[in-house]
Write a protein that binds this ligand. Structure first.
Ligand SMILES: Cc1cc2nc3c(=O)[nH]c(=O)nc-3n(C[C@H](O)[C@H](O)[C@H](O)COP(=O)(O)OP(=O)(O)OC[C@H]3O[C@@H](n4cnc5c(N)ncnc54)[C@H](O)[C@@H]3O)c2cc1C
Length: 596
């Protein structure tokens, strides 16, 4: 018999892993083809095959007696090489699967960015932004939803929405399930991610600062959180993978990609279909029951405006006939985040060299584990309150720890100016490190989205008005102070943790590390946290600031709903993927009820 050395085992295991991956990929490829031609009419036409669109496509096509068409502007995601690999999130940046938006120059923020513009990364692919996001599973807090209901979104209080969070979830952690806040058996697999050595040290450091370890998706709201993520066996659980693929066999569900919807067809204040552009060919498709917009915070608002639903004055200025005068595009809100880079002197973080090592590659390919399975490096977050926060059970500050030091390439992707890229290059002194991101949980600043022209191929004018409300600066500053405090804990001192840059060139003449200095850095370097919501705000029909009623129907227009992150009236405390899935789950029931 031939004796096998350790490398032979590694080789054998890798071969089995690669073979299994190949079989799984083949199985995915065996899913039915998507449609190439459109019929004239369907019962429901869903615009946008992203996070919400895939949930809706699944839930509505559960009814065998209706036909459902899902139209997506981007490509099919099933053979994309990097999208399923969690740590490769940023490889989608500025590619064909990224809408690659830019904001207009910001007056009070982004001073260290080229032209003071922010890059908005949004998914243009089946699965939408769920295929390019960081996969952190947070739902938002009880107070968020109770405040939605109090402000006119009747039926959206926490007790109303909790069953929908649980409906979609398949949580692999039995302890969470026992808590009564989580469930097994839903389409969306939710796991725990601990892939790099820093997480344990960070949890210890948090405890030394007096924080408790909590489940932010349960009863508690102030503490440190070892994150849950939408990753299973090392694969991103996008909305397409979780909700759409299992439904693709249904004969009443039709999915068409590379299809940009350019207009909603309206007749006597009633939506009757949409105009679609595919390979430069334009056609109309009719909806017998409803048109549902799930094109996201940018896409849904843009499409309503193009179709004559929006602020009358703006539409008239572009010579677009007005069908409904509504505040579409107002109430835009997004969170900002400031990166506080920390160098350490222990080999614990995610580095390019380690990612490329044969050990990490084999670990990922065979077991679906290791650094490549990390939710873009984010494995621990903290929720807490700034000094001025009145309700300490409703935190306003979030720290997000990323187990890698963002480098110059990362800075280039974000769009920093050359001078700031030079500042970032100082981090190269440290081989290991991390970022402590200070985030605003509920921003006070409000912006707008408007059309730049009546041409659907032109990108809209996005103006988030970042930091125009000074309270947002105070919240970010409170977070930075907590990051600094963390460096002083015994656990971090053991790692020789230190701030990884020199004073910022964007704030010359200010004494380093004073509040004044950090306020300047915040206005220069804080970056979008990728949580834009609110352009088609939901609420009471009597409220002039509202676009959709609590059943997500456009005010004053029949057979037209919006179901995606754009209807969110105020940003929930945390990331927005899971709230968007919840919205789509609840919307599917509302739509089904309307037919009975
Ligand atoms: C980089 C990044 C990181 C993030 N990280 C997290 C995270 O870790 N956790 C979390 O909870 N949330 C995160 N988010 C936020 C979360 O992913 C989004 O809030 C959520 O996916 C939004 O869902 P949606 O359905 O509103 O829009 P999307 O998922 O963006 O879907 C909109 C879809 O509509 C399509 N579309 C647009 N216009 C048209 C048109 N005219 N015709 C046809 N199709 C159209 C788009 O191509 C897209 O597929 C992140 C987002 C980004 C961008």
């Amino acid at each position: 018999m031939i004796a096998m050395g350790p490398w032979s085992y590694v080789f054998l295991i890798s071969a089995v892993g690669i073979f299994t991956g190949f079989i799984v990929q083949r199985k995915l490829n065996e899913l039915p083809d998507l449609v190439t031609n459109l019929d004239e009419e369907y019962d429901y036409v869903i615009v946008g095959g992203g996070t919400a669109g895939c949930v809706l496509a699944n839930r509505l096509s559960e009814q065998q007696d209706v036909t459902v068409l899902l139209l997506e502007a981007g490509q099919d995601d099933r053979d994309h090489p990097t999208v399923p690999i969690p740590f490769k999130t940023l490889e989608s940046a500025h590619t064909s699967i990224d809408w690659d938006y830019r904001t207009v120059p910001q007056k009070q923020a982004l001073k260290a960015f080229k032209e003071q513009k922010a890059w908005w990364h949004r998914g243009k692919i089946l699965g939408g932004s769920s295929n390019i996001n960081d996969m952190i599973y947070t739902r938002g807090l009880k107070q968020d939803y109770d405040s939605w209901a109090k402000n006119g979104a009747e039926g959206w209080a926490y007790s109303d929405v909790l069953p929908y969070f649980m409906k979609s979830e398949n949580n692999e952690n039995a302890d969470f399930v026992k808590s009564g806040y989580h469930k097994m058996g839903g389409p969306l697999k939710v796991g725990r991610s601990k892939t790099h050595g820093l997480t344990n040290h960070l949890v210890r450091a948090g405890k030394e600062m007096g924080f408790k370890v909590i489940n932010i998706n349960g009863a508690e709201s102030d503490g440190i959180v070892e994150i849950q993520s939408t990753i299973h066996k090392g694969k991103r659980q996008s909305s397409s993978r979780s909700f759409l693929y299992p439904a693709l066999w249904r004969p009443n569900l039709y999915v068409k990609t590379d299809s940009l919807v350019t207009k909603i067809l309206l007749k006597n204040k009633k939506a009757v279909g949409v105009t679609v552009m595919h390979n430069k060919t334009i056609s109309d498709v009719r909806a017998r029951k409803e048109v549902i917009l799930s094109a996201g915070t940018v896409g849904s608002a843009q499409l309503l405006l193009l179709s004559g639903i929006g602020p009358e004055k703006h539409l008239k200025s572009l010579k677009i006939p007005v069908h409904a005068d509504l505040p579409v595009g107002d109430n835009l809100q997004d969170s900002l985040s400031l990166d506080y880079p920390v160098g350490i002197n222990r080999p614990l973080s995610i580095t390019q060299e380690r990612l490329e090592s044969p050990w990490e590659q084999v670990k990922y390919m065979v077991f679906g584990k290791g650094m490549l399975a990390s939710p873009n490096g984010f494995e621990m977050v903290t929720f807490t309150s700034s000094a001025s926060n009145q309700d300490k059970s409703w935190p306003d500050v979030q720290l997000q720890f990323r187990g890698t030091l963002g480098d110059v390439v990362y800075g280039q992707i974000l769009g920093f100016s050359n001078q700031t890229l030079h500042d970032i290059s100082q981090r190269e002194r440290f081989k290991d490190g991390m970022s402590c991101f200070s985030n605003i949980l509920r921003p006070h600043s409000r912006g707008t989205l408007r059309l730049s022209s009546a041409n659907p191929l032109q990108t809209p004018v996005i103006d988030p008005k970042y930091l125009e409300n000074k309270s947002d600066v105070d919240i970010l500053l409170a977070g930075i102070k907590l990051c600094k405090k963390l460096l002083g804990t015994p656990s971090m001192k053991k790692l020789e943790a230190a701030y990884a840059e020199l004073p910022s060139s964007a704030c010359p003449g200010l004494e380093f590390d004073t509040d004044e200095y950090w306020r300047c850095v915040i206005r220069a370097r804080a970056q979008p946290a990728a949580r834009p919501v609110g352009t088609c705000r939901m609420g009471s029909v009597k409220d002039p600031l509202v676009v959709t009623d609590p059943k997500l129907r456009i005010k004053g227009v029949e057979n037209l709903r919006v179901v995606d992150a754009s209807v969110i009236p105020s940003l929930p405390s945390g990331t927005t993927h899971i709230p968007t899935i919840m919205i789509a789950e609840k919307a599917a029931d509302l739509i089904k009820q309307a037919q009975t």
